[in-house]
Write a protein that binds this ligand. Structure first.
Ligand code: KDG
Length: 337
């Protein structure tokens, strides 16, 4: 019932508002509103998990905090939404860590190709001391990192040729996220990459501005990229974390109890997100083939060659991140295995 009242209130149902005020505790003060936006569409596990966050927060605050959810870049892309959080004109977004490097350069370590060997190791490292240290770095940027969610291992698709080895990248126009490590890594593989916001990607592939892109299987399937792409390979070149971000000025305006509620809800909805995401990713490769894409397996030897080609890019950015911090991440990965 509380949900309905909020929904009606959000739709401008002024009359129903007062009728049901008692249900939400709405007469004890004005509800605070969280506008939460993401780039992926409403079929994606990220959005489904954002709905879980909404449910937990509205229930636990008895409607004192209302969550409005937006998908498909309705409020902007990862970068512009993060800027809106800094300005206080939006409260929540859940970007990939890659575009966050434009705000906190140290996050670039998570863009090192082939860094995490598995999702489980990523969970341990990100939820552990090192991962939390990176979240702490967001504060200076007027951002609060409440939890890591999962985007997942990324795989390349394109409409020119199947990719089995590094040589197959030659000359391919690939869209990358807005991140220098990704850009240079694909250049090192021989591709011709272009950074672009997620919301522009489908049209860019449709119009042939780019030949391909890279994203987890779930995204490729749920965003219907198979309509404009022919080939998919298990390049698994990068594990992409999401960060659940809140505007710091908004977070600071909450009571301590409310801060704890939003933090717990972000973590719990994040657990749900990881489970759902893994299940969806596992099911999506088959779905992609049913939807007409050819699947090409990258051999361990071909993976090793790709790794060798991108190593100079990793070395270059290890300097930027700082050798000690990079070592901390490597040690945590080692310890988690
Ligand atoms: O909602 C998340 C998206 O905005 C984005 O992070 C998805 O991986 C992504 C990409 O390729 O931009």
């Amino acid at each position: 019932a509380a949900f309905m009242v909020l929904f009606l209130a959000a739709c401008g149902g002024g009359d129903t508002d007062t009728d049901n005020a008692g249900d939400t505790g709405g007469d004890t003060g004005e509800a605070k509103k969280i506008r939460a936006g993401i780039g992926l569409n409403d079929a994606h596990p990220q959005y489904q998990s954002l709905l879980k966050f909404k449910e937990l927060v509205e229930e636990r605050t008895n409607g004192q905090i209302e969550v409005e959810t937006y998908h498909s870049s309705q409020l902007g892309d990862d970068r512009t939404m993060t800027e809106a959080l800094q300005l206080g004109s939006q409260e929540v977004t859940i970007p990939s860590t890659a575009p966050l490097v434009n705000f906190v350069p140290e996050f670039a370590v998570f863009d090192f190709p082939f860094l995490f060997p598995s999702e489980e190791v990523a969970d341990t490292v990100l939820d552990g001391e090192v991962g939390q240290k990176f979240l702490g770095m967001l504060e200076d940027q007027n951002l609060v990192g409440l939890a890591y969610w999962e985007n997942g291992f990324r795989d390349v698709t394109n409409s020119v040729r199947p990719i089995a080895t590094a040589a197959d990248f030659k000359g391919l126009k690939l869209r990358t996220m807005e991140n220098q490590v990704h850009l240079e890594a694909f250049q090192a593989l021989g591709a011709n990459p272009t950074p672009m916001a997620f919301g522009e990607l489908f049209t860019a592939m449709q119009q042939g501005t780019v030949d391909g892109q890279e994203n987890p299987y779930a995204t490729i399937n749920l965003q219907k990229y198979y309509e404009v792409q022919d080939h998919v390979s298990n390049t698994h070149h990068i594990y992409s974390p999401f960060v659940f971000l809140m505007s710091k000025s908004f977070f600071d305006s909450l009571t301590e109890e409310q801060q704890q509620i939003v933090k717990d809800a972000a973590v719990e909805a994040g657990q749900h997100n990881r489970e759902l995401n893994r299940k969806t990713n596992a099911e999506s490769l088959e779905a992609l083939q049913e939807n007409g894409m050819t699947f090409t397996e990258v051999s361990p030897e071909a993976h090793a060659e790709m790794k060798e080609l991108v190593q100079p890019v990793i070395d270059k950015y290890a300097d930027q991140v700082g050798a000690d911090l990079v070592q901390e991440v490597y040690d945590a990965i080692e310890a988690a295995q």
